[in-house]
Design a protein around this ligand. Structure first.
Ligand code: PGA
Length: 266
């Protein structure tokens, strides 16, 4: 049995004070929930305060991204040991926004400017290998953009992102890796992928892991769906065979809607 995993990605939202208020409201709402892993991903500056505000709640806190080196002359970066130091126990990597692939068109970030969000399959691989040498649980995000879907390339894009991310990963480490299938066209757009289709592509994710590491590994690995998950759509998605959790953006910003999604996983 795979433990369901519900993650709230706050992106560039919430001050320290707002994160603390959320914790005070949210923790009691999920206090009695058993058997579901729950994590929140605030901005870096709020990680420590959010962790403290969550007190003895089982809700975990994570980093939205990181650099794979531990320390050094890397202005503006944050590393895995520093995230651990701040209280994080999970990390996101390869989110489509970090790869410069946005669900809602970002005209300001076309061309050169888009490179500020410069993750590639290669950097995602470096980050995953580093995360697996830390205590943090990595969530590797994959997913196709709209034109790739329209051209029938969804499965190949997702497979390729996974194969590249897993390069050099050892069979003994794979059960620690969580994947998030996030069709980019569904992120922040209000367009949820149909549950059957989301499940089918999560099945492709699992089959890719099976092809590399065998049936047991494929069976153990957890796969989240992400892209406009709402309390109303969560239950159907989470009931699917290959969907073991959700990576939630917009609907994780409010304590009651995120708690409703957590409860849909029970
Ligand atoms: P959304 O974001 O739920 O707002 O679509 C999901 C994500 O980007 O992880």
């Amino acid at each position: 049995m795979r433990t369901p995993f519900i993650a709230g990605n706050w992106k560039l939202n919430k001050t320290i004070g707002e994160s603390q208020s959320f914790a005070r409201e949210f923790a009691p709402l999920v206090q009695d929930v058993e058997g579901v892993q729950v994590a929140l991903f605030p901005v870096f500056t709020a990680i420590s305060a959010l962790k403290t505000a969550l007190g003895d709640s089982k809700v975990e806190v994570g980093g939205q991204d990181f650099y794979w080196k531990a320390s050094g002359a890397y202005t503006g970066e944050v590393s895995l040991p520093l995230l651990e130091d701040a209280g994080a126990s999970v990390v996101l990597l390869g989110h489509s926004e970090r790869r410069g692939r946005f669900g809602v068109p970002e005209p300001d970030l076309e061309g050169e400017a888009g490179r500020v969000f410069g993750d590639s399959d290669h950097s995602v691989n470096k980050k995953l290998l580093a995360a697996l040498c830390s205590s943090l649980t990595p969530i590797v995000c994959v997913g196709e953009i709209l034109t790739e879907r329209e051209n029938g390339h969804t499965d190949a894009v997702v497979e390729n992102q996974i194969v590249m991310a897993l390069d050099g990963v050892d069979a003994s480490q794979i059960a620690r890796v969580v994947f998030a299938y996030e069709p980019v066209w569904a992120i922040g757009t209000g367009k949820t992928c149909e549950a059957d289709e989301a499940n089918r592509v999560c099945g492709v994710v699992r089959a890719t892991v099976v092809a590399k590491f065998g049936l047991d590994a494929g069976d153990a690995v957890r796969i989240q769906y992400g892209g406009s998950v709402k309390p109303e759509s969560a239950r159907e998605l989470l009931a699917m065979e290959h969907i073991d959790g959700a990576l939630v953006g917009g609907a994780s910003l409010k304590a009651d809607s995120f708690a409703a999604i957590v409860r849909a996983a029970v």
